[in-house]
Design a protein around this ligand. Structure first.
Ligand code: MSK
Length: 635
């Protein structure tokens, strides 16, 4: 099977093979055939009377030892996946809230408030008074409310309830899925899925939606607080793919999800003393900081830091032979990085107490010593540089330019250049007249089960040709950046006439002497909420709820439990959501039917699974067509 569509990644796969270094694709091959029970969600290890399996063909056992059937097995498994995703985003959000609190109290000098306008905007949205108050005072109240979001309250989760339409809130109340905390639905899901609690698949699925809405709140909180502390992304030109690594520089890659350390490393990498130390060590180009996965996206959209690679191909950055330090925080970090790094001089550095990897060097990050830790990390990278083996250097030349940094605020600012009085009007007018047929948000990862980026490439070409406006986050953004879809050339080559005209009008108004890029990079996985903000603003302006908008979502190459949580809240928000791979639910007809059909009657959104990217694009276009018809627009 083809492993990747990317030439740079393929050349690193070949190099690793030559050197006998196993990568993710080799480990996947060694796992085949994978367990059919697991793939269908028909195994259960929730108690020590098991493990139990249910025969998908109906000949063998149809119930586990406790009597749970296939529907209970599958619904419980899905609920736990969403709980794990929510716990991950919740942990990320909690770290942001802690730092904002310390910052507001003057206890975190390395973390000043960098975006006061965003602080005031968020404060106003969540009901914190701003008039006549100073920054620290507002920040303190926002941080205290943020901290309070994590425990069980008797009011709805603020960061979710204030960030959706009124209609969504009413729907969530109607179906009893309003989260009142970020952590409590996770704990509740673990409780209700343990031995002998909830056996009703529909009840379990509603609990899963509640948990996913807590995930939405956690993601939104993380994005808001990151913007307040580090700045709201604005368009910036940068580069992507492995060619951003430099032979003549000390290369430091930042990988994971949370910008708390990475943003500080970026700031400290400009320290002239450290740059001089790198040059003295024999690197004339000084320090070269690059990103991987969503930590990479965070620093890419805020500071224009180039993205080396993402997701499934993360190990290949080491195979270039010039990665001096790989600094990781948490989430989506393969433990295998340690064994690949062992074959090179690369220093793998873990930084979070909850995410250590055997074989890595642990340099614990604490907010009170952020800059100090960042300096130590950079010095470690410079020291590692001196141990590079010139015989192992193989840097692929491929890079693509990428215009990135389209936060919701940046999108509105760009639209305001066309219509300062009513910024959303140009967007809505163009949706109404069909120049923009609809909007598709691409999110999620790359998986070893699909040739890397293949689905993204095929789908974006088809959708853009039919005038669908494309937004992207997470490793979907990485794919599009690497493959050259975040350029003006991509708009000229692939956008349909209507879309091209709109992107050109906005791009020229913004002084870009040409169109906006074909794909708008909105940020990391938690930043999917930025796309939700745009959709909510459009829905409010049109006076309709989200479940009627011509807006769809797609995760064509999904991997993580976080992606399952995000997909579930997208569905609850009313978005038809495509997956390029089926999650482990096909063992239950009941659960599969609820997810792909029945849920539509409740929330308006639903899942579609279509592995073929061409057919998936057609499905999304048909969905957009019926949404347009529903609004009385030309289909
Ligand atoms: S990093 S969750 S592989 S998008 Fe957010 Fe990428 Fe998926 Fe991790």
């Amino acid at each position: 099977m083809e492993k990747t569509t990317d030439r740079a990644t393929q050349s690193m796969i070949d190099e690793a093979e030559k050197r006998g270094i196993p990568l993710v694709w080799d480990r996947f091959a060694a796992q085949l055939p994978q367990c059919g029970f697991g793939e269908l969600g028909l195994c259960c290890r929730h108690c020590m009377q098991g493990p139990c399996r249910i025969d998908p063909f109906g000949d063998g056992p149809q119930r586990g030892v406790c009597g749970a059937d296939r529907d209970t097995f599958v619904a419980r498994g899905l609920g736990r996946a969403v709980a794990a995703g929510t716990a991950s985003h919740g942990g990320h959000a909690r770290h942001m809230a802690h730092i904002l609190l310390k910052s507001a109290k003057g206890q975190a000098p390395d973390y000043p408030i960098r975006d006061e306008a965003k602080l005031r905007q968020v404060a106003t949205r969540i009901g914190v008074a701003v008039e006549g108050r100073g920054t620290a005072e507002i920040a303190l109240e926002v941080a205290q409310l943020a901290m309070a979001e994590f425990s069980e309250k008797d009011t709805p989760l603020l960061w979710a309830a204030t960030a959706v339409t009124k209609g969504r809130v009413e729907t969530f109340i109607k179906y009893g899925v309003v989260p009142t905390g970020i952590d409590s639905p996770v704990a509740e899901m673990m409780h209700r899925t343990t031995y002998g609690v909830d056996a009703d698949p529909v009840n379990l699925l509603l609990g899963t939606v509640k948990c996913a809405l807590a995930d939405f709140g956690a993601c939104h909180l993380a994005t808001d607080l990151a913007d307040i502390l580090f700045g709201t992304p604005q368009p910036v030109v940068t580069k992507a793919n492995l060619g951003v690594l430099k032979k003549d520089a000390v290369n430091i890659a930042l990988h994971g999800h949370n910008p708390l350390l990475s943003d500080v490393v970026v700031q400290v990498s400009e320290d002239l003393e450290l740059v001089a130390a790198a040059k003295k060590a024999g690197a004339p180009a000084g320090l070269n900081v690059v990103g991987i996965c969503c930590t990479g996206n965070e620093i890419m959209v805020r500071h224009g830091i180039p993205l080396a690679t993402s997701s499934v191909s993360q190990e290949t950055a080491i195979v270039t032979g010039v990665l001096d330090a790989l600094v990781v925080d948490y989430q989506c970090i393969m433990p295998a990085l340690a064994s690949v790094a062992e074959c090179y001089h690369t220093k793998l550095i873990t930084t979070m107490p909850i995410a250590k990897i055997p074989g890595a060097t642990h340099m614990e990050f604490t907010p009170d010593k952020a800059r100090e830790t960042a300096r130590e990390i950079i010095r470690t990278a410079i020291e590692a540089f001196s141990r590079r083996d010139p015989d192992k250097i193989r840097i692929p030349q491929e890079t693509n330019a990428a215009i990135v940094g389209f936060s919701a605020e940046a999108v509105v600012a760009a639209l305001a250049l066309v219509n300062p009085e009513d910024p959303l009007k140009p967007l809505i007018d163009n949706i109404v007249n069909g120049n923009i047929y609809g909007i598709c948000l691409f999110a999620g990862c790359n998986t070893v089960k699909i040739a890397q980026d293949a689905n993204y490439i095929e789908m974006v070409k088809r959708l853009a040709a039919k005038n669908v406006l494309i937004l992207a986050t997470g490793c979907a953004s990485g794919a599009f950046a690497r493959q050259g879809f975040m350029t003006q050339e991509a708009t000229r080559s692939y956008a349909g006439d209507g879309l091209k005209a709109v992107l050109t009008a906005i791009g020229e108004a913004a002084g870009l002497a040409g169109p906006l890029p074909l794909v708008l990079h909105m940020g990391s996985c938690v930043d999917n909420t930025r796309a939700a903000d745009v959709a909510v603003a459009v829905a409010n302006k049109l006076g309709v709820d989200l479940d009627r908008l011509p807006v769809v979502a797609s995760a064509p190459e999904p991997v993580t439990e976080k992606a399952v949580a995000i997909g579930t809240w997208a569905v609850a928000a009313g978005l038809p959501t495509h997956l390029g791979l089926a999650p482990p639910v096909l063992g239950s007809k009941t659960v599969t039917t609820v997810l792909t059909s029945t849920v539509k009657d409740l929330f308006g959104g639903y899942f579609m699974v279509e592995p073929d990217p061409g057919k998936a694009a057609d499905l999304l276009l048909a969905t957009l067509s019926s949404r347009r018809t529903g609004l009385g627009l030309s289909a």
